[in-house]
Design a protein around this ligand. Structure first.
Ligand SMILES: *Cc1c(COP(=O)(O)O)cnc(C)c1O
Length: 366
């Protein structure tokens, strides 16, 4: 049996009816840029997340830097974020002159709030929590610290769509939240895509203008802007797919439950919190990131069995990437990156494939 880490071809086959319908309709209408499907998707996304406003943009990285810029952050401002994130999070900050300050991680692999507190300085202006692997941080605690220190909160929820803390959706806690629709994300399109949500109407209007050459809803120029539109074809596909997102998340949680039941007995492994482990968290398992003492041997053994696994971000947390010059002493993240591994986790996996992954891991530890 073969279990690729991610099967991009099956992504189309799995949702063929939805995708074909969306493409045919948009093609026949010739409606490609800033059309009804985009507006409908934005409306649906706002409704789904519980935010007042949603705006489609070109990708999740643009969503981040547009949100940071529109919130009024200025060159030289320090922004706190975890080192265990995609390079896009600090890159978005760096791109507009902000100074990303990297924070250590917790046992659940998300940003450590205690370490974050220590790193607040007179120059700190914002916190960018990353809702990693489909899990939302303890946002009650984070917001109270942000409040005490007058810091803005912009959530990188690229991996967090649908995940909740205390019943509230990732992306909706701070001034703005961002999502990515990269194909491998929980809600993926067939190219690049992203979105920003906010409850602040002024901020929304500013973002609306920035995304499309500075033009407002009446087409009048209000400011300098650029082109970061989510194209209507991708929006139409996303509109079809977001309507079945609930089932997708249910399936991810089933797979996580199965991994938990059969793998939690192996002493060398440390697994993510299982789906029913906490009342406060609703996790969507964008990724299933385990820790294993014998990681590199397990990885090659699984590879010899035809099972693909990866180490997130190509094996380096952001502070470990020499070329970026953001070195910081983050012992927990360093330790994690000697042990972390992503097991296959997506909705193209069959139950046989999930069983095979489990059996193969058990065989390695036998
Ligand atoms: C995917 C991802 C992004 C960037 O999204 P793109 O759409 O690829 O630009 C940002 N942050 C995190 C945590 C991500 O996983």
């Amino acid at each position: 049996m073969n279990v690729p880490f991610f099967n991009y071809q099956d992504l189309y086959l799995k949702d063929k009816i939805i995708v074909d319908q969306a493409i045919e309709s948009v093609m026949n209408k010739g409606a490609f840029i800033l059309q009804k499907e985009l507006a409908d998707f934005e409306k649906y996304l706002a409704h789904y997340t519980g935010a007042k406003f949603a705006l489609g943009v070109a990708n999740g990285t643009d969503a981040l830097w547009l949100a940071m810029m529109a919130c009024g952050l200025k060159p030289g401002d320090e922004v706190l974020m975890p080192s265990h994130t995609y390079v896009a999070t600090p890159a978005a900050a760096n791109f507009i002159g902000l100074n990303p300050i990297l924070v250590d991680c917790n046992d659940d692999h998300l940003m450590c709030i205690d370490d974050m507190k220590e790193k607040i300085s007179p120059k700190t202006r914002a916190i960018i929590p990353v809702q990693l692997n489909g899990r939302t941080l303890n946002m009650a605690e984070l917001l109270s610290i942000a409040d005490q220190n007058s810091l803005l909160v912009i959530e990188d929820a690229a991996q967090g769509l649908g995940s909740k803390y205390n019943g509230q959706m990732a992306g909706t806690f701070g001034l703005a939240g961002t999502y990515s629709f990269y194909p491998a994300k929980t809600l993926g399109c067939f190219g690049d895509g992203g979105a920003i949500v906010t409850n602040d109407e002024l901020l929304f209007n500013k973002l609306y203008e920035l995304r499309d050459h500075g033009r407002n809803k009446s087409g009048e120029y209000q400011r300098w802007g650029l082109n970061s539109r989510l194209d209507n074809l991708q929006a139409a596909i996303l509109l079809g797919k977001i309507k079945v997102l609930k089932q997708e998340i249910k399936r991810r949680r089933e797979i996580a439950e199965k991994y938990h039941i059969f793998l939690s007995i192996i002493p060398d492994l440390c697994l993510p919190p299982d789906p029913s482990s906490s009342e406060n968290h609703f996790d969507t398992y964008q990724n299933y990131e385990i820790e294993c003492g014998d990681r590199d041997n397990l990885k090659s053994f699984l590879s010899s069995k035809g099972i693909g696994t990866i180490i997130q971000w190509g094996g380096q947390a952001v502070h470990q990437i020499k070329a970026l010059g953001l070195y910081n002493n983050l012992p927990k993240t360093d330790r994690l990156f000697n042990k972390c591994l992503l097991l296959p986790m997506n909705t193209t996996l069959t139950s046989f494939q999930v069983d095979y992954v489990i059996e193969s891991i058990k065989e390695f530890y036998k």
